[in-house]
Design a protein around this ligand. Structure first.
Ligand code: PHB
Length: 396
């Protein structure tokens, strides 16, 4: 076997998505070294279309953390959303209910800001690595990998952070007896499109209809992001533009509202599920973001949860390297999971309230409308939604 080149660092970070890069950035600011390894190329990540809502706490991490203030210039502040059902829209006024807002700023831009910042600061982030495997997570962790030039390395670290996404390699290194996996599958998926069209509405519209769910979101003045509920086995090739716009019209048009149509420039079926891996730590391996949990996109929580994990995990590493105390590292999993389960509940609730199951009987359909009415007609019901959507206050 060829000789591996040995590298050492304090924290090895698997995955250069927003969670991995944000952690590396926060550590660097505190004088803690890290190396970030990513199997995808920079270009591949930059070209993946992802979701787009940031809680105020996530925006603060980007702006106050010195990553970028582009979110304030190029992002759009949204002070509410519309819930649309029975052909009528009902506004949930985030500012009026809980004094908060969210920002529409796609995850791809968060990635671009973070990767540019790490590069400018001389951070060690290696894209397109292959054969990355982690070892000795209960003692002195190591990562074996081959870099983009074919050079083989052994990276030695005090800790490994597995921020390697929903198909995490790190997660499966934890012995089965030491972890529990929680799953929930849904009988629907989202058909997502990018369309060249003007905005249909100032705010996002989450629509429930007898034909199923639809979400009208946005990207720029001229490109819009929209989704409609579909079967998880759906094939995008069966959907031409007419059929796509018909699906939107039947779910959202009516009472004076019409979705603005245009050429469809991207279409994808997005499968989703609810998943939690607990605890989020084993030995010297810490999981963060999608590696530890995924939520259905209806609550717009995925990226925000990942950034929350990183904020809490950073506090643990910072405290350990500055005082030698492991108290906050030991508290990481419990603190992170506290918010993860709130987000699981919220995302499950939004998903089940807004989607229409193919086999829904009359009772289920009428009950669902009762549920939607009870949310929009009650300040308390609306405030629960507003508080969860904008991100719960009082980070622990
Ligand atoms: C998006 O703009 O892609 C988006 C917005 C809100 C969601 C999901 C996706 O809940």
């Amino acid at each position: 076997m060829s000789q591996r080149k040995v590298l050492t660092t304090q924290v090895a970070i698997m995955g250069a998505g927003p969670a991995g890069l944000m952690l590396s950035h926060l550590l660097a600011r505190a004088g803690i070294e890290s190396v970030v390894l990513e199997i995808r190329s920079h270009q591949e990540i930059a070209e993946t279309v992802r979701a787009g809502i940031l809680e105020a706490g996530s925006v603060n991490m980007l702006v106050d953390g010195g990553v970028s203030d582009r979110v304030l210039r190029d992002g759009h502040r949204h002070d509410g959303i519309e819930l649309r059902f029975n052909g009528e829209s009902h506004r949930i006024d985030f500012q009026g209910l809980v004094g908060e807002s969210v920002w529409l700023y796609p995850q791809t831009d968060v990635f671009l800001d973070l990767s540019a910042r790490r590069k400018a600061d001389g951070g060690d982030v290696r894209y397109a690595v292959t054969d990355a495997t982690i070892h000795d997570i209960e003692s002195k962790p190591k990562v074996w990998f081959t870099d983009a030039d074919g050079v083989e390395y052994e990276l030695r670290a005090d800790f490994i952070t597995g921020a390697d996404g929903s198909r995490s390699h790190c997660r499966v290194q934890i012995p089965e007896a030491q972890r529990k996996w929680y799953f929930h599958e849904y009988p629907f998926a989202w058909f997502g499109i990018l369309a060249e069209a003007p905005r249909s509405s100032e705010e996002l519209i989450y629509a429930n209809s007898e034909h199923g769910f639809a979400l009208i979101s946005q990207r720029t003045e001229t490109v819009q992001r929209m989704y409609f509920q579909c079967d998880p086995g759906e094939d995008v090739r069966n959907w031409d533009e007419d059929r796509i716009w018909d699906a939107f019209r039947s779910r959202v048009n009516g009472n004076g509202f019409e979705v603005k149509e245009g050429p469809v420039i991207d279409k994808t079926v997005l499968k989703f599920r609810s998943f939690v891996h607990a605890p989020m730590r084993h030995g010297n391996l810490f999981l963060a973001g999608d590696a530890a949990h995924t939520v259905p996109p209806t609550g717009a929580k995925g990226l925000n949860l990942a950034l929350n994990d990183v904020r809490v995990l950073f506090e643990g590493f910072d405290s350990f390297y500055s005082t030698g105390s492991t108290v906050l590292l030991d508290a990481y999993s419990g603190r992170a999971l506290d918010r993860v389960w709130k987000a699981q509940q919220f995302s499950y609730w939004m998903t089940s309230m807004l989607h229409t199951a193919a086999d829904a009987d009359d009772f289920s359909r009428a009950r669902q409308l009762g549920e939607l009415h009870s949310v929009v007609s009650s300040r308390h019901g609306s405030a629960y939604l507003a508080e969860a959507y904008t991100g719960w206050p009082g980070a622990r």
